[in-house]
Design a protein around this ligand. Structure first.
Ligand code: TRP
Ligand code: ZN
Length: 869
């Protein structure tokens, strides 16, 4: 029966981890022949298959026009196989089966950006993770089937670049107008890592010699005009290659490494073996066209995809439930790489800020799931902050506990055991345990449970005994789909400070973990426990969860004075920032008086010194949590306007408290040559400009406009433009027009132009209508959609008024055209249930009304979860 024709009997589409079964057939090799034409693409595939277990021979395929199928040379008639919308099934197939298929596909009309698709006028690219390969040909498209791929690509000569994974074996003409190339990838890989690229692109070339002496040709493909913007990515690539050799002992294994940039891409980038495909936003980096933050992101994503070569490609996932095996570990690795690129403290600040702004809210709401879920409907919905960022934190906790040497022994063991295999999270933890000699098995609990643990701590000083005791309790919010929650192992990095001198005390306690990391680390893995320090001469100030040693919500009875003390005396920038954030949360969420905070930031001992020695850290210490983050900390009766007003009032008070400080910074600080220092100065000066406006200093607009016109640096130009536009300065309109004319052919810069206008605090439905009907707005390009939607969502007051229609409309429009992106955008509304009435019921009604209209698994799974609170 054709399921699609009968929507009434909707089968339960949930897939369960517990149902995992080995594939009945493996594929020794696959020969692919992909012939691209303007109006169709022919795909011929030859699979050499071998039976592994009992069962039918199953090939997955979606939207494929089957022309013919042969098994061991004999064409099958229609009654010799079963074909439905998802798979082709052959009963009683021989144990050795050579399966040859010919299908026709339509990349030219593929709007989902999955499988093979047209990504602009002269470019065809693939995106096969997680389940895109089945849209190219019939195949056991699952990560535990590894095979050797040989690929022939053929196209018109007006598309000169023909790429696929591995080594170029052969190239030549295919008739007068057409040409072809044959590539072979010697390493066995799952189909999600297959890639090919057919198009008209320019290339930047370089090379690298590995620690083993292998000479690797490096190539970055992009549009001709963008080649000058590829140098930062190229340097980052070489740096990543060296870093993985030095820190993990992992050299590269092929003779070439290619990166292709496209502006039509659903996510950031993709680690296809030897042929990464990147969103232009994660490759192109240039001070004139992209911001400092974007430059940092390019370097980290280049590293991320490169690091996947070992953590993801050489060792891959057994099934998609194990996604965080490769993503959590690779994010941890790219974060560590970035900590070596700039100030480690600032990198940690930025990573924790992302975790708290995205993962914590996700984990406290209706979309909460474990880093390794045990069921899903649509795997694309699980490329989440929880899988990536919380997954990275689990690895960081184990690394913190082990210290550098033992962690390295553990990863060495992992690569030794599992190279060339498709494995599970259990395998990873087992290898770390065996290699390090430390039993880490209790960390598996973290992978299997949802929710951010609450860590309650209390400190008590006993003057007579000269002891200080910290007692801990942990708890998790109940979750309907994951009962039986257990206590998790929480490494608590901590320090005690002398309250008088500000000196850090030596910790005397027997229950601290011994590792080669200097910090005192206490491993708390019960429901409740305590630790006592001896020889403590006076009531100390404790600092807990240093460097954010575990992804938990800490509730410690710090006084505001303690936090202000830590802001001044903590020995590293991350811990100073953490203290400032805790103080700010007290002000916003517990109505504490702001004066202690204002005194601390305006103290001559803090910022005035730091702005010269570490301007980047100084800029971060001025962070005030976003309205969106504050909202995520409120579980009921949330009033967006009230939060906005409180936050504005505090920022105005900070502006006033520092009097002449801001203008001084703006006029006297100059960006030095060193990039991260310069980045810090630019960040500080942008803050200073907006503080001057808050002080009512009219000269700020002239200074901003002057900067806007004369700078060649995008962070400065955008900082100035924001100040003008968001404050409706007289120069705002001129500046927007000037920006448009200057950058209209630069998509990434134009994304910023759209974003700034959508993020205007007083944007309204007309603003969004103007932007989304602009000739340069394009619903086929996810980056452009995200720039407007992301800008709008920067102001929750707007998200929860006219934004509701915007996001619901997009989810509906993209439901079939691009369900991956549609499902993600809808998540902007996932905390609807926290709103105060009557807004809560109004948004709920709109979400309910969307429900009967959606067709994709992606959007409907998200919507069902969102409404299940
Ligand atoms: N594996 C990619 C990464 O994290 C993620 C990715 C890229 C992806 N494109 C995708 C996931 C499309 C789902 C769909 O590096
Ligand atoms: Zn990844």
């Amino acid at each position: 029966m054709n399921i699609a024709a009968n929507p009434v009997v909707e089968a339960d589409q949930t897939v369960y981890l517990k149902d995992y079964q080995k594939p009945s057939y493996l594929v020794d090799s696959i020969d692919l022949d992909i012939q691209v034409y303007d109006n169709k693409t022919d795909v011929h595939a030859k699979l050499v298959m071998q039976r592994q277990t009992e069962g039918d021979l199953v090939l997955l395929g979606r939207d494929l026009e089957l022309q013919s199928i042969r098994v061991n040379g004999t064409e099958l008639s229609k009654d010799e196989y079963h074909l439905d919308a998802e798979q082709l099934r052959i009963a009683n197939a021989p144990d050795q089966a050579i399966v040859e298929t010919h299908v026709v596909i339509h990349p030219e009309s593929n709007t989902q950006l999955e499988g093979l698709y047209l990504a602009g006028d002269d470019l065809f690219v693939t995106q096969n993770e997680p389940e895109g390969f089945r849209k190219i040909t019939f195949y056991p498209d699952r990560p535990d089937v590894l095979s050797v791929f040989t690929t022939r690509v053929e196209a018109d000569k007006k598309l000169p670049v023909l790429l696929a994974n591995g080594n170029l074996m052969e190239a030549g003409e295919a008739g007068a107008e057409r040409h072809y190339a044959v590539w072979q990838d010697p390493t066995k890989k799952p189909s999600y890592l297959f890639a090919c690229v057919i198009g008209d692109l320019a290339v930047l070339k370089d090379s690298y010699v590995t620690s083993e002496g292998r000479n690797v040709a490096l190539e970055i493909y992009a549009e001709e005009k963008d080649i000058p913007k590829c140098h930062i990515a190229m340097e980052a690539l070489k740096h990543s290659m060296r870093w993985d050799e030095e820190h993990y002992g992992r050299p590269y294994d092929l003779d070439n490494y290619m990166i292709v940039a496209t502006s039509a891409f659903n996510m950031g980038a993709m680690e296809n073996k030897g042929l990464n495909i990147f969103n232009t936003s994660c490759v192109l980096a240039d001070e004139e066209y992209t911001t400092d933050a974007a430059i940092m992101r390019v370097q980290s994503v280049i590293a991320h995809e490169y690091f996947h070569n070992w953590t993801g490609n050489r060792i891959t996932c057994r099934d998609w439930f194990q996604l965080c095996l490769k993503e959590g570990l690779t994010v941890f690795r790219d974060q560590s790489f970035s900590e070596d690129l700039q100030s480690a403290a600032v990198q940690r600040i930025d990573d924790v800020a992302v975790l708290k702004a995205h993962q914590f809210p996700e984990d406290s709401g209706p979309l909460s799931h474990p880093p390794r879920p045990d069921h899903f409907v649509e795997i694309n919905n699980f490329y989440t902050a929880t899988v990536y960022e919380k997954g990275a934190e689990i690895n960081r906790m184990m690394a913190t506990l082990l210290g550098k040497e033992k962690f390295r022994a553990g990863t060495d063991e992992y690569f030794k055991r599992y190279d060339g295999q498709a494995v599970t999270v259990e395998d990873w933890v087992a290898a770390l345990t065996a290699g390090s000699g430390v039993d880490l098995s209790e960390f598996l609990i973290w992978y299997n449970q949802p929710g951010t643990p609450k860590l309650e701590a209390k400190g008590e000083y006993d003057a007579a005994a000269q002891t200080y005791t910290l007692s801990f309790k942990q708890s998790l919010k109940a979750h309907a789909k994951y009962p039986n929650l257990k206590a998790v192992p929480i490494p608590v990095a901590l320090a005690l400070f002398d309250a008088e001198t500000g000196e850090q005390l030596t910790l005397n306690s027997e229950v601290l973990v011994e590792n080669d990391v200097k910090d005192g680390v206490y491993l708390f893995d019960q429901d409740a426990a305590s630790i006592t320090f001896t020889d403590v001469a006076a009531q100390p100030v404790a600092s807990l969860l240093r460097n954010f040693s575990a992804p938990v919500n800490l509730e410690f009875n710090y006084s505001d004075e303690d936090l202000a003390f830590l802001l001044q005396h903590e020995t590293n920038g991350f811990n100073q920032w953490q203290a400032a954030q805790a103080l700010l949360e007290n002000i916003f969420l517990k109505d504490h008086n702001a004066q202690i905070y204002l005194d601390a930031v305006s103290s001559p001992k803090l910022l005035p010194q730091l702005v010269n020695t570490d301007p980047l850290l100084a800029s971060r210490l001025l962070d005030v949590p976003s309205e969106g983050y504050l909202a995520s900390r409120i579980d009921a009766d949330y009033n967006p306007l009230a939060i906005q007003e409180k936050r504005e009032a505090l920022l105005n008070a900070v502006a006033q408290a520092c009097k002449g400080f801001w203008k001084n910074i703006y006029q006297e600080l100059n960006a030095p040559a060193e990039f991260s220092q310069a980045m810090g100065v630019r960040a500080l000066k942008n803050i200073a400009l907006s503080m001057m406006v808050r002080q009512g200093d009219e000269s700020a607009f002239d200074l901003a406009y002057e900067k806007f016109k004369t700078t060649g640096n995008m962070s400065e130009r955008l900082g100035a433009l924001k100040v003008l536009v968001w404050n409706d300065a007289p120069q705002a309109e001129k500046a927007l027009i000037d920006f448009y004319l200057r950058f209209k052919d630069e998509a990434l810069s134009m994304d910023q132009w759209f974003m700034i206008q959508a993020a205007h605090p007083k944007a309204n439905a007309e603003t969004i209508a103007y932007l989304t009907s602009h000739p340069d707005y394009d619903l086929g390009v996810p980056n452009r959609i995200r720039s407007v939607s992301g800008g709008l969502n920067a102001n929750p007051v707007n998200t929860w008024s006219f934004g509701v229609q915007h996001f619901i409309g997009l989810a509906q429009y993209l439901d079939e055209k691009n369900p991956i992106v549609g499902s993600r955008l809808l998540q902007a509304l996932s905390r609807w249930y926290t709103l105060a009435e009557p807004q809560r019921s109004a948004v709920k009604a709109e979400l309910e009304a969307l429900k009967p209209q959606v067709k994709s698994k992606n959007v409907s799974e998200t919507l069902n979860s969102m409404l299940s609170v």
